[in-house]
Design a protein. Structure first.
Length: 319
């Protein structure tokens, strides 16, 4: 084989136009998640640590076993399994039994990732598939929330709004800083925003997906607020409550499962935002981030197909 044979290498996604390699990019994602990790541990203490360790360790172990069984290179230095485990942990309540958290991580790695061929071949975000699996299998455990103040079982902020139980909604400031019940990675919009800005600065993600995602949710909930007279706090509440910031910056922007074209990314984010609002306002669950991204993952290849640039100099056929 000559050097000429290696000029063109065709490989699976993600196709990163960057001097950085996959391990460096994954390492930056882990760094970006540190603020949210610290907030989760600060508010939920030991239960948060146990859930996070269960997810990360089981994801890493499942990755090793899968690579060994398929006789592939031990590519665990890419940190992708650690990212998947940590993101899944952020989607789980702090009270979830450790064995359930571990089972979700194993399902995410084995079924959602390696069953499709491994890194770069999966069509769904593995962490979100793991969460969807756990929610379908253990709905009670997955929807049991505790207050970070006193540890008392309570509804999530979106649950309080949707069920209209009369319980007082948390303040916007508490949603922004993280002093509310919810999943480990959903409690502080500020911590997630810091991580998201870091990834934007490092150019690992494109602003179009989180921008169109968050923007669509804000615009649509503002319209609903104007019609029903809820006030300005209503759309802001929808932005900061639940897993919207986590999904917008860390899930929807997944390099493998999101569109590669600029127009496609805007469509992807806007579609996910529309689905979030529909599920939150009309669906059976108070939160819709997980399913909004998974549903848009399904149509990613169609979005890319119909938004790809026309080849320069190619004449469109009229036949």
């Amino acid at each position: 084989m000559t050097n000429q044979d290696n000029l063109l290498i065709v490989s699976s996604s993600p196709h990163l136009h960057s001097p950085d390699n996959v391990p460096a990019a994954m390492r930056d994602v882990l760094i970006a998640l540190i603020p949210a990790l610290l907030v989760a541990v600060y508010y939920f203490r030991l239960p948060a640590v146990m859930v996070i360790l269960a997810c990360v360790v089981s994801a890493y172990g499942a990755e090793l076993i899968c690579l060994k069984m398929m006789k592939k290179d031990m590519a665990t230095k890419e940190y992708s399994a650690l990212v998947t485990g940590l993101l899944l942990a952020f989607c789980l309540p702090p009270t979830l039994p450790v064995w359930m958290a571990a089972l979700g991580s194993i399902f995410a790695i084995v079924i959602a990732k390696h069953l499709f061929g491994g890194l770069g071949h999966n069509i769904f975000n593995p962490a979100l598939i793991g969460r969807a699996f756990l929610l379908a299998s253990f709905p009670v455990a997955m929807t049991t929330w505790v207050s970070p103040i006193d540890g008392v079982t309570t509804a999530s902020p979106l649950g309080i709004m949707k069920e209209a139980t009369g319980q007082q909604l948390p303040r916007i400031a508490d949603l922004f800083l993280g002093n509310v019940s919810g999943s480990l990675g959903e409690t502080s919009a500020l911590a997630l925003l810091i991580g998201g800005v870091y990834l934007l600065y490092k150019k690992h993600i494109d602003w179009r997906i989180p921008g169109s995602y968050l923007g669509t949710v804000f615009v649509l909930t503002s319209i609903v607020s104007a019609i029903k007279g809820y006030g300005l706090e209503y759309p802001v509440f929808h932005l900061f409550a639940g897993g919207l910031f986590l999904g917008a910056f860390f899930m929807a922007t997944d390099w493998v499962t999101s569109p590669v074209t600029k127009t496609g990314r805007i469509i992807f984010g806007a579609g996910a935002g529309l689905l979030v609002v529909i599920i939150r306002l009309k669906g059976g669950y108070p939160e819709g981030v997980c399913y909004s991204i998974l549903l848009m993952n399904v149509v990613t290849f169609l979005i890319d197909r119909y938004t790809k640039a026309r080849v320069f100099g190619r004449v469109k056929s009229h036949a």
